[in-house]
Design a protein around this ligand. Sequence first.
Ligand code: 4NP
Length: 155
Amino acid sequence: MKKSILFVCLGNICRSPAAEAVMRQKIEAAGLADQISVDSAGTYGGHAGEAPDGRMRRAAANRGYRLNHAARRITSDDFERFDLIVVMDNANYDDVYDRAPSPEATEKIHTLAEFFQKSDTDHIPDPYYGGADGFERVLDLLEDGTQGLLEFLQL
Ligand code: 4NP
């Protein structure tokens, strides 16, 4: 049965649209595009409708990922539509948990860090107010976590 995954961060312009693009590339490389779908959303709606942050787009493009997403805020429908809701940090976790419409819906929420295979941290740090190295760090962590997530989904 087809699985659907929603990646969630705060603004939906840096981490989660990049997570979506990195995961999509892994799904396509594994020939699983008809079995796993991905999308992203934010807990904060202030950037709704915007393209991903230019710094994130450039850092991702240097690694061969194309980010084409329009930012949107998570909705209560998302808890129905998606099988897994994968958040970037613990603040996202708490915000998404508080919006979950039912106890069953809270069981869909995971942190991407749960799927890390190499990285030794419990979150993807927010790069918005930092320098270029923060975006590279985000991509390193996303590549690790999405690989673990892909393997988890194939078990
Ligand atoms: P993101 O980064 O949650 O990875 O998309 C941020 C984007 C915008 C803001 C904060 C973080 N902001 O405060 O507007």
